[in-house]
Write a protein that binds this ligand. Structure first.
Ligand SMILES: NC(=O)c1ccc[n+]([C@@H]2O[C@H](COP(=O)([O-])OP(=O)(O)OC[C@H]3O[C@@H](n4cnc5c(N)ncnc54)[C@H](O)[C@@H]3O)[C@@H](O)[C@H]2O)c1
Length: 274
């Protein structure tokens, strides 16, 4: 019997695979929570980080944190639901170096309403920000990355922010969950289309993370959900923004060079889909 052929390919993957020196990253939702933690960590890993959000004060605070840590930050005030604003900001971010290496499309809003009380305006608002906002960022990034790939080593990582809501139903989650499910479909579809250009596209689907978004729930509902998540998690805790930032860093870096079209679930083990 002929022995099974083992691929001679052995990727050299030292810990420096997490080094993002010389790379340009664009992070939406960078003024708060998961987006802020991700922007700061990408900058600590060496990337020059373009922070985008509609919260000017929060953007300024994130840029200050990055600079205090010795990193490089730029800020872009924008509404992710406005295609022209997203395209303009990504174009200005890539103008200096001619390339974009990392897009983390993290901006999003929570919305809760029972199906029978959901209005067209609820659905439109959530889809505009949580789905179209991610789509516009992905399109602008992929175009910039494809242009760069023709002139230099092909490289690019796009990270979208889904949610544990894609794995479980929950009362009130129609608009939010539908938008996040669309983000997952976008991620998988785009991964198949841009892979040949050396661009990877992956989603992160966090569990319950303590951020200003979850703090906005009324305190009884928040305490109830947190208690439930802590009981459901084998790790016995809820997440912090830094837990998700590390997932973003992994997907942004060469350490995940063979990963595309996937959903990474830093959720404390609350859901374990196949
Ligand atoms: N916190 C969680 O438990 C959790 C769980 C799963 C997924 N997520 C997702 O993670 C992402 C970040 O959530 P977070 O918890 O850090 O929330 P957050 O409210 O702390 O941060 C969201 C950021 O997005 C920005 N933003 C919202 N709408 C915008 C718009 N139209 N244009 C530009 N910026 C806009 C906000 O200004 C804010 O800075 C969201 O996509 C959210 O759905 C969060």
């Amino acid at each position: 019997m002929t022995p099974r052929q083992v691929s001679p390919y052995r990727p050299v993957m030292p810990l420096t695979a997490y080094d993002l020196s010389g790379r340009t990253a664009f992070v939406t939702g960078a003024a708060s929570g998961i987006g802020r933690a991700s922007a700061v960590l990408l900058a600590e890993a060496g990337a020059s980080v373009h922070c985008a959000d509609r919260d000017t004060q929060g953007l300024h605070e994130t840029a200050t944190l990055i600079k205090a840590a010795g990193g490089t930050a730029h800020t872009h005030y924008l509404d992710v639901a406005d295609r022209a604003q997203v395209e303009q900001a990504v174009a200005s971010a890539t103008a200096a170096t001619g390339r974009l290496d990392i897009m983390a499309a993290i901006a999003g809003i929570m919305h809760n309403s029972p199906v029978l009380e959901t209005r067209d305006e609820d659905l439109d608002r959530v889809l505009s920000i949580n789905f179209k906002g991610v789509l516009y960022a992905c399109q602008a990034a992929a175009r910039a990355m494809i242009t760069a790939a023709t002139s230099a080593a092909p490289r690019g990582s796009i990270i979208t922010m889904a949610s544990g809501a894609v794995d479980t139903g929950g009362p009130g989650l129609l608009c939010y969950g539908a938008a996040k499910a669309a983000v997952v479909q976008l991620t998988k579809t785009l991964a198949t289309e841009v892979g040949p250009h050396g661009i990877r596209v992956n989603a992160v689907a966090p569990g319950w993370i303590r951020t200003p978004m979850t703090d906005r729930h009324d305190s009884d509902a928040q305490a109830h959900t947190e208690g439930l998540m802590i009981r459901m998690s084998p790790l016995g805790r809820v997440g912090e923004p830094e837990d998700i930032a590390h997932a973003v860093l992994h997907l942004a870096s060469d350490a995940s060079a063979f990963t595309t079209g996937q959903i990474l679930r830093p959720n404390g083990g609350v859901a374990m889909p196949w």
